[in-house]
Write a protein that binds this ligand. Structure first.
Ligand SMILES: C[S@@+](CC[C@H](N)C(=O)[O-])C[C@H]1O[C@@H](n2cnc3c(N)ncnc32)[C@H](O)[C@@H]1O
Length: 262
């Protein structure tokens, strides 16, 4: 990892020490990152430092202070760091019971519904909802899903909708045959399912999120776990204000619920 410093190695010992020091003051970046994304690396300081160091090396940035300046002024670099630091792990039919519950609710009413998945990662969750609704015979004109995520990489990959075996491991052979086309070892989601989801790269703490319409149902699974208590409460209240009916239950992940304060 520290090969990077060798590139800058200079003959003078005192200058070498000064360069190493440039990669010591990580808290400023972690505070800035937490304030802008909500993601808290307090319990993973070593991982955070090592990842930011490797990010600096890739981008030929010579110190954490310079890195902070760059990410504050350069939106593209800020996005690249966000993409690099977020964990976008997901898979189809994760915590399926909630998707089944939603399907029953929608099936038993005649209302048209709008559903939000925040965060959507690579699309597995919103697409699982679409597949469940179509498989249950809900007319495709009755629903639409919006998937948002702070990671642009994840959003781009969601729009492509090409998955490996690991992502579809919970899906039956029937579902795979019906909704995917297999090419070599990849599963390409069919257009019929893709058309039912709109993806947007949005940070829930920024004004773009406020501007979104209200939704009948909201899924927010496995994101709050990355936030501290204060930020979780803020996110919960943002989601509540985006419900058509404020009394409707928001679908949080099992792991989120163990952290939530009601
Ligand atoms: C582990 S994934 C969860 C995906 C899916 N909901 C699931 O449960 O499988 C967490 C996602 O939260 C996203 N995320 C983190 N902070 C965010 C924020 N402030 N706004 C929007 N998305 C965020 C990350 O980019 C990441 O893709």
């Amino acid at each position: 990892m520290f090969d990077f410093f060798k590139v800058q190695k200079v003959s003078h010992e005192s200058t070498k020490v000064a360069l190493a020091k440039d990669f010591e003051n990580i808290p400023a970046i972690s505070v800035y990152f937490k304030n802008s994304t909500g993601i808290d690396f307090e319990d993973q300081k070593i991982i955070f430092k090592s990842k930011v160091t490797s990010f600096c090396r890739t981008h030929k940035i010579s110190s954490f202070a310079t890195c902070l300046q760059h990410i504050q002024s350069d939106k593209i670099l800020h996005q690249e760091l966000t993409d690099y630091l977020t964990t976008n792990e997901s898979y189809f039919d994760r915590e399926l019971h909630q998707i089944e519950e939603l399907t029953q609710k929608i099936k038993s009413s005649s209302k048209n519904v709008k559903i939000l998945c925040a965060p959507s990662a690579h699309g597995e969750e919103p697409y699982s909802i679409v597949i469940a609704l179509l498989s249950a015979g809900v007319q495709e004109s009755r629903f639409h899903v919006t998937g948002i995520d702070i990671s642009l990489n994840a959003i781009r990959s969601a729009q492509k909708a090409i998955y490996n075996e690991k992502a579809v491991r919970n899906l039956s052979q029937d579902i795979r045959k019906r909704y995917f086309t297999k090419k070599e070892d990849k599963y390409h989601l069919n257009q019929e399912v893709k058309d039912k989801v709109t993806f947007m790269c949005i940070n829930i703490f920024e004004s773009e999120f406020q501007k979104l319409q209200k939704f009948d149902y909201i899924f927010s699974r496995n994101m709050l776990i990355y936030f501290d208590t204060k930020t979780r409460l803020k996110a919960q209240s943002l989601f509540k204000s985006h419900l058509v009916d404020e009394n409707e239950e928001i679908y949080y992940g099992h792991a989120d619920l163990t952290h939530l304060h009601h």
